[in-house]
Design a protein around this ligand. Structure first.
Ligand code: HEC
Ligand code: HEC
Length: 338
């Protein structure tokens, strides 16, 4: 007892010094904050105008995008782990479902519509052919639950993500800790879709003054401006509106388009005007994928909307090919993560 009282001061000083020395030696670890997610700048071209999606509500980070990309390509999101978002939205076809008129989901069930491309979605006011969804967040949950798409549910998916050997670390890198929530799941998937910006077609190079149209493309653009651009409005080649191109109704599908959402008779058979960017890759065409080629589409316009001579059709066709963005469909950052 006496010994302890006498030497207490000494002990305390030695202990303090030891702690201090340890502290300094470990200084870097103690004082450096945990790695912060790196901001991912979108840098869209100015001529696209303001984005509709409010990025400040979900600031993009490299880690958030990486997580979203992993989820987008992962079949564990579907009930039987067979279908990923990418099953119907393939990067090589501008994220559409090539060669499938109607989308194919879980258990080979057939959907009612053609899977549209996912490109420049930050500028879309509504989603789906009928605009039934008004926020990109909702477009993440819908396919997950849809019986003919992934037929899945969040508790199941979250359980799988928590048990996986890599998702907890991906969530931690993106959001600071390993907890998996609906908000984080949606934010990450949306972040990945927002980076899918197609702005590098020949049309864009011409717009930026870096290339010139051929004589035929120029004639095609002129015809396009006269006959098509009111609905397929450059530079996004859509108008965020619901229109009709006089497509006769398919009597087996009986798809009334916008009417299903609003129930207003005047909206019957109106569909969201699709963007024509990357149209070369996104066949088959229309909400039900009824046309296999661009020429079949042009033939429809000639027969049912406005007369277009063979020569004019060829010129428009040539112009439409200037909307192909090879660097978009081959961008390694958008492909299956390896
Ligand atoms: C089974 C095929 C299938 C799967 C799987 C699928 N989609 Fe889709 N996707 C479609 C179809 C079909 C539509 C159009 C639906 C409609 O118009 O009713 C669509 C529409 C969309 C749209 C709207 C595009 C637009 O221009 O309006 C986005 C965005 C989208 N899907 C993202 C996703 C994401 C993210 C996933 C994964 C969570 C996913 N999809 C899974 C088939 C699929
Ligand atoms: C009045 C508006 C309007 C005009 C004008 C118009 N379109 Fe369309 N276009 C649409 C709508 C709406 C759809 C989708 C229709 C559907 O699926 O039922 C469409 C679909 C298409 C598609 C298929 C897109 C896809 O992803 O499946 C192509 C290609 C196309 N239009 C080209 C043209 C061309 C070329 C012209 C001019 C000759 C033109 N359009 C004029 C409204 C219009």
């Amino acid at each position: 007892m006496y010994y302890w009282t006498k030497h207490r001061a000494k002990f305390l000083i030695i202990t303090l010094c030891a702690v201090l020395v340890y502290g300094v030696s470990q200084g870097e670890r103690w004082f450096t904050p945990l790695a912060q997610p790196q901001a991912h700048d979108l840098n869209p071209p100015k001529y696209f105008g303001d984005m509709v999606y409010d990025v400040s509500s979900n600031p993009l980070t490299a880690e958030g995008v990486a997580l979203g990309r992993a989820l987008f390509y992962d079949p564990i999101l579907s009930l039987d782990s067979t279908i990923s978002c990418a099953s119907c939205h393939s990067s090589y076809t501008a994220f559409s479902h090539v060669d499938h008129a109607l989308s194919h989901g879980i258990g080979d069930t057939i959907g009612k519509r053609n899977a549209p491309p996912i490109q420049n979605v930050g500028w879309h006011k509504t989603f789906r052919w009928d605009g039934g969804l008004t926020h990109l967040d909702a477009q993440v949950m819908a396919p997950l639950h849809n019986a003919t798409e992934m037929a899945s549910n969040l508790p199941l998916v979250f359980e799988r993500l928590r048990r996986s050997d890599h998702y907890p670390a991906l969530f931690e890198a993106a959001f600071g800790d390993t907890s998996i929530s609906t908000r984080r799941f949606i934010d990450a998937l949306v972040q990945f879709q927002l980076i899918l910006i197609s702005d590098n077609a020949k049309y864009d190079s011409v717009h930026r003054g870096q290339a010139k149209f051929t004589a035929q493309e120029k004639k095609g653009f002129k015809l396009f401006k006269r006959n098509c651009a009111s609905c397929h409005k450059p530079p996004l080649f859509m108008n965020n509106d619901f229109t009709s191109n006089n497509l006769p109704i398919d009597s087996s599908l009986m798809d009334l388009g916008r009417y299903h959402v609003t129930q207003r008779p005047q909206d019957s058979l109106l569909f969201k005007t699709p963007s024509l960017r990357n149209i070369e890759y996104t066949f088959p065409y229309m909400h039900d994928g009824r046309f296999k080629t661009i020429y079949e589409v042009l033939d429809h316009y000639n027969s049912n909307v406005m007369p277009l001579s063979d020569e004019e059709q060829t010129e428009i066709y040539t112009f439409l090919l200037t909307l192909s963005d090879y660097s978009f469909i081959r961008n390694p950052d958008f492909a299956f993560p390896r």
